[in-house]
Design a protein around this ligand. Structure first.
Ligand code: CTP
Length: 220
């Protein structure tokens, strides 16, 4: 806990992971990294110290933010582990691929076959491991959940199983695509309350998340 107004050290993860099958092909997801970058930008404007771990994105690095890039989930985990002790708070906005190919072919896979079967193995759950490590230490932990169904139920399960202070849940459907800078619908869920939001800009959401982080980290 710090006195109100003190600079916080905030570790933010953003963007997608890439899991390569061969030197040119990979499995990834549609995350743009927008919310993570906005969080970093807004937090730096509040004069907090920020390390932004970024997957591949087209976004411009925010000013006064240390940015470290990653591609795979395991690279992200190594960076998170490197900065965890330094941080007062971790905000995990990265869209981490849960599986990776068992083998990465050193050569480009050729099409001289009729089908190709990929064996995928599980990636580590980075945030869950942090949550377990954080029990007894009082760092604030914030997660995100993107869900197509049972939004609140699934998000609450993640909140508990990853030992988070709160989770930002957003709904994904064919009508509601939350990628890029579109306004989004969802809820901020903690153990004691749920605050729903509708058509909220990601900049506004980033500010609200940071207000909550500050409330968690400062002694009143
Ligand atoms: N996360 C993580 N490591 C993973 C998967 C997710 O650290 N291997 C983090 C994300 O950064 C996010 C939160 O956990 O803050 C929830 O991610 P999400 O992909 O919604 O959930 P999963 O735990 O992967 O569960 P599922 O894919 O079954 O919904």
């Amino acid at each position: 806990m710090k006195k109100k107004g003190r600079q916080l050290k905030i570790l933010i993860t953003a963007g997608p992971t890439r899991e390569y099958l061969d030197p040119v092909r990979f499995i990834s997801n549609a995350s743009s990294g927008t919310i993570g970058y906005l969080l970093a930008e807004q937090a730096a404007k509040r004069r907090h110290k920020i390390v932004l771990l970024s997957g591949p994105t087209c976004l411009r690095r925010p000013a006064k933010v240390k940015c470290v890039t990653f591609e795979s989930a395991r690279q992200l985990k190594a960076e998170v582990d490197r900065y965890f002790n330094w941080a007062d708070c971790v905000i995990a906005a990265a869209a981490v691929g849960d599986f990776r190919p068992n083998n990465i072919s050193r050569q480009k896979l050729k099409k001289n076959r009729n089908n190709l079967t990929l064996k995928l193995v599980k990636n580590p759950d980075i945030l869950k491991a942090l949550g377990e490590k954080n029990r007894g230490k009082n760092k604030a932990l914030v997660g995100f959940a993107l869900e197509t169904n049972s939004l609140y139920r699934n998000a609450r399960l993640k909140l508990k199983s990853k030992y988070l202070d709160f989770i930002v849940a957003t709904k994904l459907s064919s009508k509601q695509l939350p990628f890029g800078d579109r306004p989004i619908n969802g809820a901020i869920i903690s153990r004691s309350c749920i605050d729903k939001f509708r058509r909220m800009s990601k900049t506004r959401l980033a500010r609200i998340i940071l207000d909550r982080v500050e409330n968690l980290c400062y002694i009143l």
